[in-house]
Design a protein around this ligand. Structure first.
Ligand SMILES: Cc1cc2nc3c(=O)[nH]c(=O)nc-3n(C[C@H](O)[C@H](O)[C@H](O)COP(=O)(O)OP(=O)(O)OC[C@H]3O[C@@H](n4cnc5c(N)ncnc54)[C@H](O)[C@@H]3O)c2cc1C
Length: 344
């Protein structure tokens, strides 16, 4: 099996395939530290990803996986007390049903200016600790890494023989597959020293723009933007100043915080996650990309679904068509159709 991509999607999928007993080669163009996954705030919270019913399913499975990993003290994985702030009473959201700890915040738990809040406990992942651990976990399980930037997915078969190629190239998937529904969702964040904040706080509807404060062991990530269609990754000074101001509304202890750095990354936007089999001239490809702002939130659920598709393509008498259509773009799976047969 060859997995293209070494961000959270590729590494989680590789780990899952290895656990199923497959021999796995991971081909990745970039070091983990140079992926979008590395700079993610990486709090479990479904954002900018679809379709809703599968996001709920994959998100629920990923929540459980991270909760278990937190209990096992996997580096970088914690269950984080969280507060979502609202000016109006919040309506129901799909993710509410997945979080058993959800309750209304008491008025003494709200910062000035806020009338409503929700309290809950969700996984928060410190990616500069977690990705190296996951990389090592894959290596220890027998995974082989090849550093290479592919021009086409077909080149994956030249790197290593493979029954199936699993495609987890994030935003680059658009170019690699000619999928023009993939688009960047730029996110700018600011890293500041942690003045002792322990709770994750967010206001998705702050009048000055989306705002969140996610504490980590040595810093806080303050965010953030969701700039659809923007490809530039140069942080913008005015945006940095605005993020600092609005995050101080959420957590007054951050007033006057001095940035360590501001960075911008590109989320792999797509109307829906593409988790599907495509038959190509070189062999079957299982796609696992297009996770938008939820690549961490969905990682382990999508990895399990991708592994199920791999099994379905390699084990006879499955729902996957057995004939290969030359040069076809025929998909079978969950992509754009809600729940695929292999996931039911
Ligand atoms: C500011 C910000 C905050 C975020 N916060 C959260 C959050 O709180 N929660 C959450 O769930 N998500 C969050 N996200 C989204 C999350 O980061 C992404 O959904 C996730 O990282 C996507 O992971 P991926 O593995 O699919 O892609 P990537 O991390 O981009 O990895 C892609 C991999 O493919 C490889 N690759 C690319 N092209 C090629 C090629 N041609 N040949 C070979 N290899 C190739 C790359 O080298 C890399 O290894 C955030 C994103 C940003 C930018």
């Amino acid at each position: 099996m060859t997995v293209v991509g070494g961000g959270i999607s590729g590494l989680a999928t590789a780990a899952r395939l290895l656990a199923d007993g497959a021999a796995v080669t991971v081909v990745a163009a970039d070091e983990p530290a140079h992926t979008t996954s590395w700079l993610a705030a990486a709090v479990w919270f479904p954002t900018h990803a679809g379709p809703p019913e599968l996001v709920a399913r994959w998100g629920g499975e990923t929540f459980a996986a991270f909760e278990w990993q937190a209990g096992e003290r996997v580096p970088g994985v914690t269950m984080r007390e969280s507060l979502a702030l609202y000016r109006e009473p919040p309506g129901a959201a799909d993710w509410h049903g997945l979080v058993a700890s959800l309750r209304s915040a008491r008025s003494d738990e709200l910062p000035p200016g806020y009338a409503h809040g929700l309290r809950f406990r969700v996984p928060a992942i410190e990616m500069p600790l977690y990705l190296p651990w996951l990389f090592q976990h894959v290596t220890d399980a027998g995974g082989r890494f090849v550093a290479r930037r592919l021009d086409t997915l077909a080149e994956a078969w030249d790197v290593a023989p493979a029954d199936v190629v699993v495609h987890c190239a994030g935003l680059a998937a658009g170019r690699l597959t000619g999928d023009d529904s993939v688009y960047p969702v730029r996110g700018q964040i600011v890293r500041v020293p942690n003045p002792g904040v322990t709770m994750s706080v967010r206001d998705e509807a702050h009048p000055a723009g989306r705002a969140y404060v996610h504490p980590r062991s040595h810093d806080c990530i303050l965010g953030g933007t969701l700039d659809e269609g923007r490809w530039d990754t140069e942080p913008d000074a005015a945006t940095t100043a605005s993020i600092l101001r609005r995050c101080a509304d959420l957590v007054p202890a951050l007033a006057g915080a001095r940035p360590i750095e501001a960075v911008a990354g590109l989320r792999p936007g797509r109307p829906t996650v593409r988790l599907a089999v495509e038959q190509t001239d070189r062999g079957p490809v299982v796609h696992n990309y297009g996770h938008g702002g939820s690549g961490v939130t969905l990682a382990w659920g999508c990895a399990a679904a991708a592994a199920a598709l791999v099994t379905a393509t390699t084990v006879p008498s499955t729902t996957v068509p057995s004939t290969t259509v030359p040069s076809s773009r025929r998909d079978s799976g969950a992509d754009d159709h809600g729940r695929g047969p292999e996931l039911s």
